[in-house]
Design a protein around this ligand. Structure first.
Ligand code: NDP
Length: 320
């Protein structure tokens, strides 16, 4: 079968077995072509310059058996909320609309949402599952507009895009020959195979790891994480497992303090050490129930030691 992967040049998409990779320009596909050169005709590029245009994916969906929609802005620098919301929501609804109209072979669509669509920011301990929805960020953006935090704008883009996807399926269920799976990862960490020319080109999540390992004093705080290779595997399983259809699934390895990563890197590596062991004092307010990912997708999660070793090997190979 053939799979259309949007955002194919991004950090997460480049890990999967993409077959038709949608990118915004030919240039952005160059690295992918090289990466998958050995796969010959099994990899092709589709250029979709603007996901917010009506019908943007009409051609790209033709003839594919499944779609993985990962393309969405991921940063905390937006001024106008629309800069995040429009591509996130219109991109998601647009690819589903194209699938409805022209994706005659499509059997499943997987949308990469986020734990940002699940969790709220709270000073109380939370143990969250797929029944939880982040309705807090959209309220913040509605009330504060441009003055809302960059994170709130991103988080809002994720929850509204995910809701729009479920609404689409509810509205068009009778006319479509495919079902929807939504994957919700927290912070995605681990080695990179996509084009990253320099440290300046790191994406939001990989930069946070780089900063923690290299920037003095940057290893405070923590969060929840998952390894990019596990998330890629989850995207593949989400296509393969019949029971995943119609499910929203959290993909999370666990909670971390940044200091835990400093402690987990191989001892001989040259990154900063912080205060070894201090991670155990970190209060983890947020945890996720990942039982569904284990039951439905058979997920097994990598350890911090595995991910840390792979990250350091990746940095060293790049001379960082
Ligand atoms: P990257 O920033 O590495 O990749 C984002 C991808 O989305 C790129 O291909 C990018 O294309 C594309 N994209 C961004 N904005 C637009 C736009 N306006 N129009 C078309 N394409 C766009 O991030 P990730 O790979 O990490 O993110 C992939 C998905 O995973 C996103 O949906 C993100 O929200 C989600 N996610 C990521 C997490 C993480 O920690 N990394 C955690 C939870 C969810 P281009 O290069 O052309 O900008």
């Amino acid at each position: 079968g053939k799979v259309l992967v949007s955002g194919a040049n991004g950090y997460i998409a480049a890990e999967g077995f993409s077959v038709r990779g949608a990118v915004r320009s030919i240039d952005k596909g160059a690295h992918l072509r090289e990466l998958f050169a050995a796969h010959g005709e099994k990899f092709e590029l589709a250029v979709v310059p603007d996901v917010t245009q009506a019908g943007a994916f009409d051609e790209a969906v033709k003839g594919v058996d499944a779609i993985e929609h990962t393309a969405s802005p991921f940063h905390f620098q937006a001024d106008d909320p629309a800069e995040m919301l429009e591509p996130a929501i219109q991109g998601t609804v647009g690819i589903l609309e194209s699938a409805r109209k022209y994706g005659t072979a499509v059997k499943r669509v997987v949308v990469t949402s986020s734990c940002a669509a699940v969790s709220t920011v709270s000073d109380q301990p939370q143990f969250l599952s797929e029944v939880n929805w982040n309705d807090q960020s959209p309220r913040e953006v509605e009330q504060k507009g441009r003055d809302a935090s960059g994170a709130a704008k991103y988080r809002t883009s994720k929850i509204l895009a995910e809701r729009a996807a479920w609404d689409f399926v509810a509205r068009h269920g009778a006319e479509i020959g495919w079902d929807l799976v939504v994957l919700n990862p927290p912070l995605v960490l681990g080695p990179m195979i996509h084009a990253v020319a320099s440290v300046d080109a790191l994406n939001t999540s990989t930069r946070s790891m780089y900063n923690a390992l290299t920037a003095p004093g940057a290893a405070g705080g923590g969060g929840c994480w998952t390894d990019v290779r596990d998330l890629a595997h989850a995207h593949v399983r989400a296509l393969q497992r019949p029971l995943a259809g119609g499910e929203r699934i959290i993909i999370a390895a666990g909670a971390f303090a940044w200091q835990d990563w400093l402690d987990a890197v191989p001892p001989a590596s040259r990154y900063q050490k912080g205060t070894p062991g201090a991670g155990k004092d970190h209060v983890h307010l947020l945890r996720y129930d990942t039982g569904k990912s284990v039951r439905v997708l058979g997920m097994k999660y990598r350890s911090m030691a595995d991910t840390a070793a792979a990250v350091v090997a990746d940095y060293e190979a790049r001379g960082w």
